[in-house]
Design a protein around this ligand. Structure first.
Ligand SMILES: C[S@@+](CC[C@H](N)C(=O)[O-])C[C@H]1O[C@@H](n2cnc3c(N)ncnc32)[C@H](O)[C@@H]1O
Length: 430
């Protein structure tokens, strides 16, 4: 067992909870300064494991009325998770040695008391109302919201799927082609070509090797979820079109619009974040996208001098659909997120899109959220106030939530059904 890895894992959890950053970002920011290179892989594993058991650890601390600083709570989460997950083969004595004072005496005593309990035993003692959240490390408020729109059994299937993320990648046809990539990638990984999009493939084995390969680093392929491809496909971008992208950074979907049009559409891309736009500029350069104009702007205030035909509004949201790709969200979403605030920004962006499109224009609105407030409800409101027409035929996915009157006219993608990030997609005609 590694003392460095234990400390780094503790600080990674603390950073995610304090700063609401992604798991990967917290890892990159914390691990190199705490753990020597040879211990970093273990730090990653410990931190990931700590997140997956954090709800149970917190419940235990609450039950025993142990309160402490966030850092110590995070250390307890990591320690508890290492005891529960028997694959690590770690004992309380090991934890005492490596914790370097991060675990209090009471915490260590508690760990000793529960050391022979399995996680399954632990779950048996939890009320049925709380068990899903604890088992899958999801905050109660999110479980409650999701149970309003799906059956418990379905929710459990969804949550189970988030524990087995699928890694998707795309051949960047602006720089290479499927044949060339197929030849090169076999030396790195086991892949499966997608049945819906010939440039998409799933990395079955060897994800890390692909990510660190020159294929990815030099932009011949790009790792991104299949859901993003479905969103762009819903817009059906065509050569010669002028397209607005109102929330574009870091540019995954903009670059796919360019790819689908052989870089022969003109894309006006906006984003409010300067830093994310800088990142986007580098990505587009790497992928060889030339026909996109980037502007840092609050797109709810966009006023173009002429009307456009198509717009993509891939709006900011709670990210609740991305639990599989970012395990840190389980912790970052712990405090209740202001969903209404996101819904209002999404609405304002759509309003701006409607005002900048000509009659009969097309908007694709998407969010990587599982919540109806960041999907069906926003489109219902837009329909009432703007008289737009919603129709998402031919787009992959399942209908929206049943309690929406627009259910059959919008799409949702789910990890347990579509093997993608959770997405909401609506095609809107102005
Ligand atoms: C889901 S992300 C977009 C991802 C992007 N479409 C892609 O595929 O890579 C949402 C983006 O909306 C941006 N955003 C948030 N509020 C905005 C606003 N008022 N105007 C423009 N962009 C905004 C955020 O900075 C963030 O980059």
């Amino acid at each position: 067992m590694s003392r460095y890895a234990f400390r780094a894992a503790t600080l990674i959890l603390e950073r995610i909870e304090r700063r609401k950053v992604s798991f990967d970002r917290a890892f990159i920011e914390v691990a190199p300064s705490i753990a020597p290179k040879t211990h970093q892989h273990l730090a990653y594993e410990y931190a990931l494991n700590g997140i997956l058991y954090y709800r149970a650890a917190d419940l235990l601390l609450k039950r025993e009325k142990i309160s402490s600083s966030l850092r110590r709570v995070c250390a307890f989460r990591v320690a508890f998770s290492l005891l529960m997950n028997k694959k690590f083969g770690i004992t309380v004595d090991d934890l005492k040695v490596v914790s370097g004072g991060l675990l209090t005496g009471r915490m260590l005593k508690l760990l000793k008391e529960i050391k022979d309990i399995t996680f399954e035993d632990f779950l048996k003692e939890i009320s049925p109302k709380k068990v899903l959240g604890v088992k899958y490390a999801i905050p109660d408020w999110l479980i409650d919201e999701l149970l309003k729109v799906m059956e418990r059994k379905e929710l459990e299937r969804l949550l189970k799927a988030t524990l087995k993320p699928v890694t998707w990648a795309r051949v960047n046809t602006l720089k290479s082609n499927r044949k060339k990539i197929a030849k090169k990638i076999v030396t790195l990984a086991e892949i499966r070509w997608d049945k819906d999009y010939e440039f998409m493939f799933e990395i079955v084995k060897g994800r890390e090797r692909v990510i660190s390969s020159s294929l990815a680093k030099d932009g011949f392929i790009i790792i991104h979820d299949k859901g993003s491809t479905v969103v762009v496909d819903a817009l059906s971008p065509k050569v010669g079109e002028n397209i607005l992208d109102l929330a574009s950074a870091p540019g995954v979907k903009t670059s796919l619009i360019a790819q689908m049009t052989s870089d022969k559409a003109r894309i006006l891309a906006f984003d409010i974040s300067y830093n994310r736009m800088r990142e986007m500029k580098n990505l587009l350069r790497k992928l060889n996208v030339k026909n996109a104009d980037l502007t840092v702007l609050d797109s709810t205030k966009l006023r173009m001098s002429r009307r456009f035909k198509k717009a993509l509004v891939d709006a900011p949201c709670s990210n609740t659909g991305a639990l599989s790709s970012d395990p840190g969200l389980r912790l970052a979403l712990r405090s209740i997120v202001n969903i209404d605030k996101y819904a209002n920004i999404q609405y304002a962006m759509l309003k701006s899109a409607v005002e900048n499109l000509r009659k009969g224009g097309v908007i694709v609105y998407s969010t990587c959220s599982l919540l109806p407030k960041e999907g069906e409800s926003v489109v219902e409101r837009l329909e009432e106030e703007y008289g737009i027409v919603v129709e998402t035929d031919g787009v992959l996915g399942v209908p929206g939530y049943r309690n929406s009157r627009l259910s059959s006219k919008v799409r949702r993608l789910f990890p347990h059904i579509n093997r993608t990030t959770g997405f909401f997609i609506a095609r809107i005609y102005t």
